[in-house]
Design a protein around this ligand. Structure first.
Ligand SMILES: [Fe+2]
Ligand SMILES: [Fe+2]
Length: 179
């Protein structure tokens, strides 16, 4: 059994006392090790990325036409919905950390890691989606490395999203190669 008196863990008394300090900061406690402003900035950049991805996939869903388009269209719609879920998770975490999620449309494409490229043909659309997914994968991986052990909750959110972006990239690569 773990001996709390001799371990490196903070004693129960200290944990209780610390939790009572700065209660107005909600989920952000004294033990929060990360640079909160920096984490919120990274979360907002990622939120912009997800929102831009929702818009791009929505356009592609509605624009997909032609004989081979129906499988792609189904994937575009599913991805649009999943990117919207990612955006919600990021926005929720920003608020938990005491920040404000940025939804100003004028700032979205500027803050987004991935670009909004409309694409004309089905092949161009799938290509642009694949590129955007690959950008998201690289930036989320870097963010996860930056966070390290400093903020496990935010890190886990990014890890879950990253896993799904990798599936998205895989889906787009399969469709691209079949076109
Ligand atoms: Fe996403
Ligand atoms: Fe994605």
């Amino acid at each position: 059994m773990l001996n709390l008196e001799t371990s490196q863990l903070t004693s129960v008394q200290d944990l209780r006392a610390r939790a009572r300090q700065n209660v107005d900061q909600g989920a952000v406690t004294e033990g929060y090790n990360a640079d909160r402003e920096e984490i919120i900035k990274l979360l907002n950049g990622s939120l912009a990325t997800e929102l831009v991805c929702v818009l791009r996939y929505k356009r592609h869903y509605f624009m997909a036409s032609g004989l081979k388009a129906s499988i792609a269209a189904d994937e575009f719609l599913e991805h649009a919905e999943q990117e919207a879920e990612h955006a919600d998770k990021l926005a929720e975490r920003i608020v938990q950390l005491g920040g404000e999620p940025e939804f100003n449309p004028d700032l979205l494409s500027k803050n987004s890691h991935a670009q909004y490229v409309a694409g004309n043909t089905l092949k161009e659309m799938v290509y642009e989606d694949l590129v955007a997914e690959r950008i998201a994968i690289d930036s989320y991986r870097e963010i996860i490395q930056y966070i390290g052990d400093k903020d496990p909750t935010t890190r886990r959110i990014f890890e879950d999203i990253l896993a799904q972006e990798e599936e998205h990239a895989d889906d787009m690569a399969d469709i691209y190669n079949a076109l």
